[in-house]
Design a protein around this ligand. Structure first.
Ligand code: ZN
Length: 475
């Protein structure tokens, strides 16, 4: 709620007024385009108001989902039976579909009879389900949010930042759901108009549209939540520790600028001279594709050395753009790869468009999830041991480590291209019988799982080493 003219400006330190409860309640909607503000307001809410807001809008989310179900029921296809001719099923053997239109009231009765109990359960259980999802999301945001203080406090702030996004989540459910329901209705109406078989042509496939909308919605939500997480860190908990030895963390407050660390023997110059230790370069000096590329190559080839010379007391915003461009590039790379692979095949243009759109979103989403999982797993262990107390280096390393996603792209790309070109060569190589009995499944998909699991472990070790090289950073 904005202040009326003439009112004194409200500050963060002001005790919550009575009208603040309403402001919190409407916060997920009023601050929809402002994730940082929505988060800060949510964090300031009293526990009672916060949980009331969360439960109310969670149940509203459940109700919106049910509303979409009822709307979907206003149209259905009556006779979509299939006649099998021997073993082969031809399109010509499909019976002509007949449309069944219902008023909203009829649709409600029909839907209530079929799905009523499930719908009520969905509304009642929505707070519990969304709380569980928000807990996982808050954990994934922890490396960005925790900049000092108690770990529990940071987790609570991360949770509040995720809950602040419930307005966007509901808007996405409503818009993406509406697009999907409309696409299905439009498709059915079109099919009913066609006089002769085949009734399904390839102009638009509602299932594909649903998948594309779903992925695009997720991408927007995760972008919003990441902006929110950057605003959730407790700035007051971030401490600037006195000068330390960058090799071992020894307190150098009362030491001269020259000489050696009495603990590990590292020269004090190497720890205390900003220009010698951490000169600003590459992406830190400004964005640009050349700097982005050269920094990415350095991170991949000499990761620890890169972090040893990175300035850590800088806002996350700049390095967040570095990570964002990697996700965009991964999506474009995946789409290009898929187009190249599909070029030689007889595919309809709608299939091609669908496949490209999905890979444009799906590849970055899978990359994001893997990246955040690795970062959260490793940094939580560091936080629990107080290894990075009072600093924001975890979030910084997280954003720059996005360059490692290209190792996943390369490995998966090579493996999938080899399957595409040479079929089940791996099965022939390893012997079908042996691997089937050992792994209980086809060799090719299991090989993909193995490769990715190995890469995740490698990334965890790498992340650990990178954090070690910045934990005592003075600048
Ligand atoms: Zn030392």
């Amino acid at each position: 709620m904005s202040n009326a003219p003439g009112e004194p400006p409200r500050t963060a330190t002001e005790p919550p007024a009575r009208s603040a409860a309403l402001a919190i309640l409407l916060n997920p909607w009023l601050n929809l385009p402002r994730p940082a503000r929505a988060t800060q307001r949510m964090i300031r809410a009293s526990p009672a108001v916060f949980w009331f807001t969360f439960i109310l809008w969670s149940m509203f989310f459940g109700a919106v989902a049910n509303g979409l179900g009822v709307w979907h029921n206003t149209l259905s296809v009556a006779t979509w039976t299939r006649v099998d001719v021997g073993t082969a099923v031809s399109m010509a053997s499909w019976q002509k579909p007949e449309l069944l239109e219902r008023s909203l009231a009829e649709a409600w009765t029909h839907w209530w009879a079929a799905n009523g109990a499930l719908g009520v359960a969905f509304v009642v259980l929505a707070p519990a389900v969304l709380a569980a999802c928000a807990t996982i999301a808050a954990w994934l945001q922890l490396p960005i949010v925790h900049v000092g203080g108690a770990l529990r406090g940071s987790f609570a702030r991360a949770f509040h930042s995720v809950v602040a996004g419930i307005g966007l989540l509901t808007v996405l459910l409503a818009t993406v759901g509406a697009a999907i329901v409309s696409a299905f209705h439009w498709d059915w109406q079109r099919l009913a108009l066609v006089a002769t078989p085949p009734w399904r042509n390839e102009i638009i496939d509602p299932t594909a549209l649903a998948i594309v909308c779903f992925f695009a919605g997720w991408s927007l939500l995760l972008f919003w939540l990441t902006c929110a997480a950057r605003a959730a860190g407790d700035a007051e908990a971030r401490t600037a520790p006195g000068p330390r030895c960058e090799g071992c963390g020894y307190d150098l407050t009362h030491r001269p600028d020259h000489g050696r660390c009495p603990e590990c023997g590292l020269s004090l110059e190497a720890s205390l001279n900003l220009e010698a230790r951490r000169p600003r370069r590459g992406w830190e000096r400004g964005d640009g594709i050349a700097r982005w590329l050269s920094d990415s190559v350095q991170i991949l080839v000499r990761g620890e050395r890169f972090y040893q010379s990175l300035q850590t007391r800088r806002p996350l915003r700049a390095s967040a753009a570095f990570a964002r461009w990697h996700l965009v590039a991964v999506g474009m790379g995946a789409a290009t790869w898929l187009v190249t692979m599909l070029l030689g095949h007889q595919k309809s243009s709608s299939h091609l468009v669908t496949a490209v759109s999905i890979s444009l979103f799906a590849a970055p989403l899978m990359g994001w999830a893997t990246h955040r999982f690795v970062a959260a797993a490793v940094t939580t262990a560091w936080f629990a041991r107080q290894g990075l107390a009072g600093s924001a280096v975890a979030g910084l390393v997280l954003t720059y480590e996005s360059a490692f996603l290209w190792v996943f792209c390369l490995a998966n790309g090579l493996l999938l291209t080899s399957y595409w070109l040479f079929g089940d060569w791996l099965t022939s190589l390893l012997g079908r019988q042996f691997w089937n009995t050992l792994l209980g499944g086809p060799t090719e998909p299991i090989a993909v799982l193995f490769v990715n699991a190995a890469l995740i472990l490698t990334w965890m070790l790498r992340f650990h080493r990178c954090l070690r090289s910045v934990r005592f950073a003075n600048f």
